[in-house]
Design a protein around this ligand. Structure first.
Ligand SMILES: Nc1ncnc2c1ncn2[C@@H]1O[C@H](COP(=O)(O)OP(=O)(O)OP(=O)(O)O)[C@@H](O)[C@H]1O
Ligand SMILES: [Mg+2]
Length: 376
């Protein structure tokens, strides 16, 4: 399919309520998510960008000082509105405890619980839980017409969908298998019932052996059973939301070989999860400057530089540098073309140039945003 005959990313954004930006590390997910947020807000929608990026890149690129666990308005002149928030794991878990603990006393007990402190700070899958929880809350609040989700580095957005089994895996690894397994399979309510006796038993064991973790675990799940009981239901709702026609998955990729092969893997995985890939953003693409083959001969360039550059050696260096750039740009184009050829014509594409400077403010995002509007 030739360039230009596909839908633009802006069209895709306009037709969806949730947009998830996924892709390999460092390719421009956060920047793209911010630009998409700006696009939505400019079009008059109440928009929020949700980031899980601990590097605080979103705040940077939106040009605001600080982002936290609550929606923060971004001061931009748009028809709609733009807010942003960043999930920090610890704060987000604490907010969950605040929300689900039955009483002050339970809340205090959980905050003081050693297992909880460990879980909320370090649990590998907890970013995805928090993202799921947050996404459902934002969606259900009805406060936003467009929610843009930026996914964390090295994880991909599919981790959302693996969240339930990850909790199981986590418990398998971190807590003794023989203890938790039977209760896990009986469901959370089973765990709660068993826990009353198990808790007392464990405390005695703990006195005798000095092993405290299991009692902590037991207490934690007991106190938080209200949260975990509704968990599967919420995960299911978010899965449905992500698979529904309201949500669009976008893949961000740079033209490097390695990134594109990861991107290919991502596309196949997305399909396995019955999610439709709606768009691909090729970011930081270099384009060839010389259209005339003749002008690409090294000697011709040296000659063209003529008297403007007095040193012959510098002329030669500039010419080589230029040709190297052109070769790279040609490579970028070829790799992108072959990737694009494999995509269904229904998938929107945008090609964004590699700008000469980092995109760290709204002005920079506007430059990027323009390219999202061009049919790729
Ligand atoms: N088209 C572009 N031209 C120039 N710089 C860009 C472009 N796109 C992104 N950048 C810059 O590249 C850097 C990485 O971008 P960004 O943080 O958006 O990537 P990311 O995919 O979110 O990374 P991570 O996986 O670490 O979260 C940023 O400094 C950003 O300003
Ligand atoms: Mg990022």
């Amino acid at each position: 399919m030739s360039a230009g005959s596909r839908k633009s990313i802006a069209d895709v954004v306009a037709g969806h309520d949730v947009v998830v930006c996924a892709g390999s590390g460092g390719v421009g997910k956060t920047t793209t998510a911010a630009a998409i947020g700006l696009l939505g807000a400019t079009a008059g929608r109440r928009t929020i960008v949700l980031t899980i990026d601990p590097a605080k890149r979103l705040a940077d690129s939106l040009g605001i000082a600080e982002l936290g666990n609550r929606p923060t308005p971004v001061p931009v002149d748009v028809k709609g509105s733009l807010s942003a928030m960043m999930l920090d794991q610890k704060g987000a878990w604490d907010a969950l405890v605040e929300r689900y603990a039955e009483s002050d006393e339970v809340r205090q007990r959980i905050f003081a619980n050693a297992f909880y402190q460990n879980l909320s700070g370090t649990f590998a899958g907890s970013q995805e839980y928090m993202a799921i929880e947050q996404l459902s809350q934002l969606k259900e609040s009805g406060d936003y017409d467009l929610i843009v989700v930026d996914t964390p580095p090295t994880h991909h957005a599919l981790d959302f969908l693996d969240a339930p089994s990850r909790l199981g895996n986590f418990l398998d690894r971190r807590v003794m298998r023989w203890f938790v397994r039977p209760y896990m399979s009986a469901g959370w309510s089973g765990l709660r019932v068993v826990n009353r006796t198990a808790g007392a038993l464990l405390r005695r064991l703990e006195d005798a052996t000095g092993v405290s973790a299991l009692a902590d675990v037991s207490e934690f799940f007991n106190a938080m059973s209200a949260l975990f009981e509704g968990w599967d239901e919420r995960v299911k709702r978010v899965e449905e939301l992500l698979r529904s026609r309201q949500s669009a998955f976008l893949l961000v990729a740079t033209p490097e070989e390695q990134v594109l092969s990861e991107a290919e893997y991502f596309c196949s995985k997305v399909e396995e999860h019955s999610i439709a890939l709606r768009g691909v953003v090729f970011n930081r693409v270099q384009s060839e400057l010389g259209s005339d083959r003749q002008s690409m001969e090294e000697d011709a360039i040296v000659e063209a530089l003529g008297r403007a550059v007095t040193s012959a050696a510098t002329r030669r260096r500039l010419a080589r540098n230029f040709l190297r750039y052109e070769t790279q740009a040609r490579g970028d184009q070829l790799r992108i073309e072959s990737f694009r050829d494999q995509l269904s014509p229904a998938v929107a594409v945008a090609t964004i140039p590699n700008f000469e400077e980092d995109l760290h403010d709204v002005r920079g995002l506007r430059r990027l945003q323009d390219f999202l509007g061009k049919p790729g």
